[in-house]
Write a protein that binds this ligand. Structure first.
Ligand code: RIB
Ligand code: CA
Length: 313
């Protein structure tokens, strides 16, 4: 089994990622930590608790993390994409949580779990990287305990939030810079360049709605998100960015990767939050690289995600 911590800002696609992990026997879900992002921390935390309840996993500890970026104020949320509550205004359709957050914060909980771990732990950051930057800066001793970071974020040929920047990186570029360029932790980066090629369609969503209680519960959360893709991408479907990253956690190698150094633009020009991959330096042993997810068998990937979630309780 793979010990896993999910750091998340639920968020509709985060909801699918959490459900995918919860339904996967390969995964030992140690904790879910929350961060600001799609919506504010209060909502992302409440959503995480409700989603674990839906998945029958209320025993998994939830800890609150950062409610703001490391340095500069976060320009705005993504309520226009995910709804004011982060789940298309439908968070109330999820079960009331039977447990609250644990008293310690996200960074403390992650550090405690990593220090206690007897095998490498995977961390899946699928929101802004603020908690991860804080963890690595305040507890560098845990780095050898991290098997790998599997991060949903970045856009090498442009963004989804500005022309240059993907939302998670754009929300806290300084944190992304620290994690992607300043720490020697094995890292897979799953950028929108790949996730945008992996949209699910109406038939996939119909099959989801016909699944078990978890699948049906997720289906109720999608309308605002689906409307966003109809309006902005001219197609009826969803891009479940975070679930694609979690598929790599559960089935290592389902995404094909290439090693490359990644720099993050932290100036305040039009490229703020851009992730720049300099392939010319990939072979230089002195340069820190990350494994960038560049390709996948899309049909196989989406069938895997659907199958796992519809089998869920
Ligand atoms: O750009 C997509 C990412 O930003 C996803 O993690 C989505 O949930 C939002 O956080
Ligand atoms: Ca997210």
């Amino acid at each position: 089994m793979t010990p896993l911590i999910i750091d998340t800002d639920p968020g509709v696609d985060d909801a699918f990622a959490i459900a995918l992990a919860a339904a996967s026997p390969e995964i030992d879900l140690l904790a879910v930590t929350t961060v600001f992002g799609n919506v504010g921390l209060a909502h992302t935390t409440a959503n995480a608790l409700r989603l674990l309840e839906l998945c029958g996993r209320s025993e998994v500890p939830v800890a609150r993390g950062a409610d703001r970026p490391l340095v500069h104020p976060c320009p705005h949320r993504a309520a226009d994409v995910h709804g004011m509550d982060g789940l298309s205004g439908q968070s109330g359709t999820l079960p009331e949580p039977t447990r609250g957050v644990v008293p310690r914060g996200a960074v403390d909980l992650m550090a405690a779990l990593l220090n206690a771990a007897t095998e490498p732990v995977t961390i899946a950051p699928i929101g802004p990287l603020t908690n991860i930057a804080l963890l690595l800066a305040t507890h560098p001793e845990v780095k050898p305990k991290i098997g790998r970071l599997v991060i949903m974020g970045g856009g090498l040929a442009g963004g989804n939030t500005t022309a240059a920047a993907e939302f998670n990186v754009w929300s806290d570029p300084e944190a992304a810079h620290r994690v992607l360029s300043g720490e020697d932790v094995p890292t897979v980066l799953v950028p929108v360049d790949l996730t945008h090629r992996c949209a699910v369609d109406a038939a996939w969503l119909d099959a989801l709605a016909g699944g078990g209680p978890v699948a049906k519960g997720l289906s109720l959360l999608t309308e605002t998100y689906r409307q966003h893709y109809r309006q902005h991408q001219g197609r009826d479907g969803l891009v479940l960015h975070d679930a694609i990253a979690l598929a790599e956690v559960i089935r290592p190698g389902i995404l094909r990767t290439a090693a490359c150094p990644v720099a993050v633009e932290c100036s305040f020009g039009p490229s703020r939050g851009a992730t720049v991959a300099d392939r010319r330096l990939a072979a230089d042993p002195r340069v820190q690289t990350v494994q960038i997810a560049v390709d996948t068998d899309v049909d196989d990937l989406l069938a895997f995600v659907l199958g796992r979630i519809t089998q869920g309780r």
